[in-house]
Design a protein around this ligand. Structure first.
Ligand SMILES: [Zn+2]
Length: 256
């Protein structure tokens, strides 16, 4: 996202503190009137498993589809903004402020990045931009839900070899801008050895042990997050030999 970044201190700290803890946003299914064909088939019960939707490569355009097929998703906002502190490194914030110079003057915009996941094989990442903080956050949640991907987990660590889905089965890398992230399988008990905001994505994806390497200018947190998500997408891209499924205890989404 190439945008000029400036950080005027417009948002008050108290405001941010309240917005950090969003309430659960489950939808009452009976009041949902599906607008897309897929939505109608989900509400009608034709699709009752998220894997049917993802495996068929269907594009999800209604968040209610996720609410119906993956209830209990957790959400979090990633710290992508930074205020310019008087003494150098400022505090990380959940909103990044950008300013557009127009004829009427400077127009501030807020950008938020949200992650949603069920801690069990499904995760999504989405950005939202708006003139106010609340709609930016809501857009980000919506987009994150609509971008849900299936995560292939497993134990690809030769030191561990426990045949469960606590880590990843093999090394993957992801890119965004100048950033490149490499994730590597790690033995049980390692924890998430990754950048702090990446940990949120990994945790909500259901991964508990991982090693990582990051290359590039990591001051652009947004690119780091997108590179992280890009790497996770690649887990499903690699073809796996049938014998390796058992050997590495591979779990795809929530299925063994
Ligand atoms: Zn293991």
């Amino acid at each position: 996202m190439p945008e000029e970044e400036t950080t005027p201190p417009i948002v008050k700290e108290e405001e941010i503190a309240v917005e950090k803890k969003p309430s659960a946003r489950e939808v009452d299914m009976s009041s949902w009137t599906p607008k897309t064909d897929l939505g109608k088939r989900v509400k009608g019960g034709e699709f009752s498993d998220i894997n049917q939707v993802i495996d068929a490569g269907k594009k999800i355009k209604e968040t209610e589809i996720i609410d119906a097929l993956l209830p209990g998703m957790e959400t979090d906002l990633l710290l992508i903004g930074q205020s310019k502190g008087k003494f150098g490194g400022g505090k990380r914030r959940i909103f990044r402020q950008t300013q557009k110079k127009t004829q009427e003057g400077n127009k501030p915009h807020f950008l938020a990045l949200a992650v949603v996941g069920n801690r069990d094989g499904y995760v999504g990442l989405g950005a939202g931009k708006a003139k106010e903080t609340v709609p930016a956050r809501e857009k980000a949640y919506r987009k994150a839900k609509l971008s849900i991907i299936k995560i292939r987990r497993g134990c690809g660590s030769w030191q561990c070899g426990c045949k469960t889905g606590h880590s990843i089965p093999f090394k993957v890398s992801g890119k965004c801008g100048s950033i490149e992230i490499v994730f590597m399988p790690a033995p049980k008990g390692t924890g998430l050895k990754a950048e702090k905001e990446c940990q949120k994505i990994l945790r909500l994806a259901g991964i508990t042990d991982i090693w990582s390497k990051t290359r590039g200018t990591t001051t652009t947190k947004l690119n780091v997050m997108y590179a992280c998500f890009d790497a996770l997408k690649k887990l499903m891209d690699t073809k796996i030999k049938s014998e390796d499924y058992e050997k590495m205890g591979i779990v795809e989404g929530n299925q063994k």
